[in-house]
Design a protein around this ligand. Sequence first.
Ligand code: SF4
Ligand code: SF4
Length: 204
Amino acid sequence: MKTALPLARPSLQPLPWIKIGASRHKDGTVVITAPPVRRRCGGCTECCTTIPVGEIGKPENTPCEFLRTFTRDHGCSVYSGRPDSCKIWSCLWVLDDTIAEEARPDRCHAVFDMMGDELTAVFNATGKVHTFTVIQLWINPNYPLAYREPAVRAVMLDIFNKTGMPTLVRRAGNDVLVAPPSATESEWREKQCSPTDRKIAEAL
Ligand code: SF4
Ligand code: SF4
């Protein structure tokens, strides 16, 4: 079934364990159902700044024009009419209540995206090209090293152990691919990633 999930590019797809529903009405309209949430956002509005929203031209790392903070109506001022991608999308912290409380995005300044992306690694020695799925982690620009905080690394480690997926830290064009230490190393692995073609020189 063809769905109308709003995607900036085809490589952006829900992570394999995220359940998005789709049903077709008699008139042919396809309705997308958001995945079930396990938590409420509370006072967090971090994604309304860090995540890009194509339908309203909102770039990443920019507060949405509809976001109200420090007011009685704190949050989205167009909530019932917000874009479809805002209705469908949630961060992993809201979708998975096994993720620690400390990893709530406004506390750790980092938002784990339910949409994965694809990266291409070109192996220097052989020239071979390898494409693989990554977790996306959006970082508040005021905290560029938030991805190294223990609460955030704990989530990255858990996902890596379960799925083998490394994390692409999205930092306003200064993206970095991150993976836990290998069996022979003690340090976390990091590699700069081109924001335009999403290529890295070699796999981690
Ligand atoms: S980042 Fe997550 S917890 Fe925070 S407002 Fe967005 S969906 Fe809610
Ligand atoms: S439209 Fe509302 S929910 Fe969507 S990014 Fe803006 S403030 Fe957030």
